[in-house]
Design a protein around this ligand. Structure first.
Ligand SMILES: C[S@@+](CC[C@H](N)C(=O)[O-])C[C@H]1O[C@@H](n2cnc3c(N)ncnc32)[C@H](O)[C@@H]1O
Length: 282
């Protein structure tokens, strides 16, 4: 069937009730079409009439309606980029956020050749796989309570051909022997119940609640992990946490009150917001 891709985009923009050349949805529509047909975005406009199979056209229409319905682009195209790796993504696992990429640079300060690193709440495996790839001498384990999320991490390990990492279903660090790890790194759910209710629907309606909020204060899992890390971290090992931008003071207090950590610090992200908390085990 001969179709005009430009017209398909224009009609989808009109249906979204916000037509206009500069609409951000236009870029997403172009990305969906170009990734599906494996052409560049500019090719959409260079070839006015294009022959597509019925299946291709149906697939374009289905993906466009998902986009108009507010579903995140990364779920629809099925992948995203995190640092220099491509990660498969989809419903059931949180889409890795750009601000999380910086946690690898924070970890780089502490990683030594033979470090044993655990990534708690690994999701698609973004942090675990990046550490394993960028520091090939390390041994990395990624754990998550969600088997659905973990299935993406396992696929991403295979897709990126990264060997020095394994993934396992686990609740935080429970069950690991004492003095197991040199580095605990975690981007756990940290959004409070109140903040969760204010999230845009593109997040709350599509991404798993389990990956976003741990309960009323947002600090519940961080508190639990800090307590567990006192035993499973080796001495001089360190804990590195991604935190909410309003949680710097509270998380610093949690780490200091654990009476186990020195050099407790809160670091800011590229937007100068509090984003990471670290502590070294005494
Ligand atoms: C904010 S997401 C982070 C995902 C990934 N690390 C990233 O940065 O993109 C939090 C992850 O923690 C997992 N999680 C929630 N509770 C957990 C628990 N008790 N133990 C382990 N993982 C947990 C969720 O399933 C989710 O995948």
């Amino acid at each position: 069937m001969t179709v005009n891709l430009r017209k398909i985009i224009e009609s989808a923009l009109a249906k979204s009730n916000m037509p206009g050349e500069m609409h951000p949805l236009q870029l997403e529509l172009e990305t969906v079409i170009s990734s599906l047909l494996q052409i560049s975005r500019i090719d959409i406009y260079l070839e006015e009439e294009r022959v597509l199979t019925d299946i291709q056209l149906k697939e374009i229409e289905t993906k466009i309606s998902r986009l108009i319905n507010g579903e995140p682009l990364c779920y629809i195209i099925g992948h995203t980029q995190f640092r220099d790796i491509i990660l498969k993504t989809g419903p059931g696992a949180l889409i890795p956020r750009p601000e999380t990429e910086q946690i690898i640079d924070v970890a780089a300060r502490y990683i030594k050749n033979t470090s044993f690193v655990i990534d708690i709440g690994t999701g698609t495996g973004a942090i675990a796989l990046s550490i394993a790839k960028e520091f090939p001498q390390t041994k990395v384990i990624g754990v998550d309570v969600s088997s659905e999320a973990l299935s993406y991490a396992i696929k991403n390990k295979e897709f990126n051909k990264i060997e020095n990492v394994i993934f396992k279903i686990n609740d935080l660090c429970s069950g690991f022997p004492s003095d197991s790890f040199d580095i605990i790194i975690a981007n756990l759910p940290y959004i409070s119940e109140e903040e969760y209710n204010d999230l845009p629907s593109s997040v709350s309606c599509f991404e798993p609640k389990l990956a976003l909020t741990p309960g009323k204060t947002g600090l519940e899992l961080i508190e639990k992990l800090v307590e567990q890390s006192k035993s499973v971290l080796k001495s001089n090992g360190c804990i590195i946490l991604e935190i909410g931008y309003k949680q710097g003071k509270s998380v610093k207090e949690i780490l200091n009150n654990a009476n186990c950590f020195k050099k407790v610090e809160v670091l800011t992200d590229y937007k100068s917001l509090d984003r990471f908390a670290i502590g070294e085990k005494r």
